[in-house]
Design a protein around this ligand. Sequence first.
Ligand SMILES: C[S@@+](CC[C@H](N)C(=O)[O-])C[C@H]1O[C@@H](n2cnc3c(N)ncnc32)[C@H](O)[C@@H]1O
Length: 204
Amino acid sequence: MNEYQFIAPFYDLLLTPFMRSIRRNVLEIVLELQPENVLDVACGTGDQIRLLSKSGINAVGVDMSESMLNVCRKSNPASDCLLQDATALAFHNHCFDLVMISFALHETEWESAGKILEDIYRVLKPSGHLLVVDYTDFRKTPFYVRQTIRTIEFMAGQRHFQNFCRYHHKGGLDTLIDKEKFYTVASSHHASRSIALQLYISLA
Ligand SMILES: C[S@@+](CC[C@H](N)C(=O)[O-])C[C@H]1O[C@@H](n2cnc3c(N)ncnc32)[C@H](O)[C@@H]1O
């Protein structure tokens, strides 16, 4: 995937200031759960992995973009940052206590997003936790925030923008998540309610 080739070196510089409170929220949840092992699916530059490792939590990261992984490896020399397609994760069944995925489901094809969640379920231990950070429905989001997000997503390219629009049109994570496999434990909102952090427990 070359989509991130040019943006990868600047990704953290551009986005870290906006991500800070979300990353901290993720860290707080992970620290509270104290999982034995963590997988960050579509980890990108590994910004979240770096924050976790500062607090003694070692996470494995997987991503499809070699450019993003190169940044990830540089900033997380002690972590495994692996080139993998999240629709077919190369891990055994039921081997992770906690899996997280942030800002990736909205940009993938709808069917692929479903497959990613299925494969996450497969690699999660029974009663393991899934943490998803992504856009939520914009009904309570101020117009100017909505428009800013739409502009950013538009600039990310045609395929990216189409997937973002379809994700919203179809009802996002709420539609995508299989409620027979995942039970909502907690949720919080960020960025004027445009972004949701959802914590699920995997049902056996
Ligand atoms: C917007 S970035 C988010 C990166 C990171 N999770 C974060 O919160 O900053 C989306 C990432 O998802 C990755 N991605 C998209 N589809 C993927 C797939 N099927 N398998 C693995 N990575 C994928 C992209 O390569 C990109 O690095």
